[in-house]
Design a protein around this ligand. Structure first.
Ligand SMILES: NC(=O)c1ccc[n+]([C@@H]2O[C@H](COP(=O)([O-])OP(=O)(O)OC[C@H]3O[C@@H](n4cnc5c(N)ncnc54)[C@H](O)[C@@H]3O)[C@@H](O)[C@H]2O)c1
Ligand SMILES: [Zn+2]
Length: 372
């Protein structure tokens, strides 16, 4: 089968994203080849959760064992509520038990929760050991596994504890998306659509041309692969130009400013992250139209694509004032001004901190009212 390799070029450590359909049997070889020149040792700690390990663990372990690694397995219960320092402590306990050394490797097999936590454990164990990402959710494939942000949640806030730690390799088998729950697949599609709007008109049009986008089973394998490849390429391009989020990387926050506020108001329950980002993109699109930055036609095209992906275009919370308050306490607010990533075309965005408050309020009211 076809395979694609995307390079994430960074000053200190470049690495590849390999997209290999049905490729888990080749993972071991990929790890060896990609780590050329790096002493990888023999010890691997594979971190996953019970459901994912049950589906794919045997193939992954066999592939790594076949090329000479000694693989120990550490499972963490599924769910964002387990993305904590306490779970990382347990990974350290396994690392100690299985004698992971400076040259050893941690492999994350799972969604963004497993990837973020394993990456953080790898970044801190013995001040940093090798790390390989094997993302299994769409969101982890196209977003969380690329860029080196790792971390865990603090009881008072998401992702407050973390480190930058780049993986040696990101290895993706898009076919594993067949077992991903539908709502999780759609959540990942929000980030995928984001890449189209912020930088890839051709990619956006390709998705517009697809008959269906809302279920992995109704998307042709070639299109699914292409979606994963183009999204990874988009994230890799941005990360390569701005590893530590000094500037350009901010455009990846498209849809996230309002998205985060909606997510935190709903206590992370009403809407999942991708659904909140979808509504956030709709809001940003309408704000952009209201400011005359882009045409109503583009706004409608974006909303049609989001709807086709089975994602929401309305707000479940009626407390619009609460959203505005939450926006002002967002960690990305600079000097009291809310920075919005706003589209100027399908494929181009600008960053603005001068969105009129009355426009913001009226767009939010509009999105809430369409529910009632
Ligand atoms: N590091 C970053 O740059 C970055 C970027 C975006 C998000 N994140 C983080 O990622 C996390 C969200 O990731 P997520 O959406 O993957 O959630 P997740 O890791 O909780 O996975 C979602 C669910 O899908 C299941 N699952 C995953 N792959 C599967 C498969 N192939 N088959 C069956 N079930 C499968 C998981 O077990 C889980 O129950 C959040 O903690 C977020 O903060 C990090
Ligand atoms: Zn996101």
């Amino acid at each position: 089968m076809r395979q694609s390799v995307i390079s994430v070029a960074l000053p200190d450590q470049s690495y590849n994203i390999a997209i290999v359909p049905n490729g888990f049997d080749q993972l071991g070889n990929w790890v060896i080849v990609q780590a050329e020149g790096v002493n990888l040792g023999r010890q691997i700690l594979l971190v996953s959760n019970p459901a994912i390990f049950k589906l794919y663990g045997d193939r992954v372990v066999a592939s790594l064992t076949k090329v000479g690694f000694i693989v120990a397995v550490h499972l963490i219960p599924a769910g964002e509520q387990h993305k904590t320092l306490a779970s990382v402590q347990k990974i350290y306990d396994s690392a100690l038990k299985h004698r992971l050394e400076r040259s050893s490797t941690m492999v994350a097999l799972g969604g963004g929760v497993v990837g973020d936590m394993t990456g953080f454990a790898a970044s801190t164990w013995l001040r940093g050991i090798n790390f390989v990402q094997v993302p299994t959710s769409l969101l982890a494939m196209v977003d969380a596994s690329i860029g080196g942000k790792t971390g865990v949640n603090h009881p008072k806030g998401k992702n407050l504890i973390g480190a930058f730690h780049q993986p040696r390799l990101v290895f993706i088998d898009p076919l594993v998306l067949q077992t991903l729950p539908r709502r999780e697949f759609r959540a990942g599609m929000a980030e995928v659509i984001k890449y189209g709007v912020i930088g890839s008109p051709g990619f956006f049009e390709q998705m517009e041309a697809a008959e269906k986008l809302s279920d992995v089973q109704s998307i042709a394998p070639e299109l699914l692969e292409s979606i994963v490849v183009q999204s990874c390429q988009a994230k890799a391009d941005v990360v390569s130009q701005d590893e530590k989020e000094a500037g350009l990387r901010a455009i990846l926050n498209y849809g996230h400013t309002i998205g985060h506020a909606v997510e935190s108001l709903g206590n992370y329950q009403d809407l999942n992250h991708g659904e909140a980002v979808a509504v956030g993109m709709v809001a940003a699109g309408r704000i952009a139209a209201g400011m005359g930055l882009w045409d109503q036609e583009n706004c409608d095209r974006q909303e049609a694509l989001i709807t086709k992906a089975g994602l929401p275009v309305t707000l479940p919370v009626v407390d619009h004032g609460g959203i505005v308050t939450a926006l002002l306490s967002d960690k990305k607010v600079k000097a009291g001004k809310v920075r919005f990533v706003l589209p100027t075309a399908i494929g181009a965005v600008v960053i603005r901190d001068d969105v009129p408050e009355n426009l913001l309020r009226s767009v939010l009211a509009e999105l809430g009212e369409s529910l009632e």
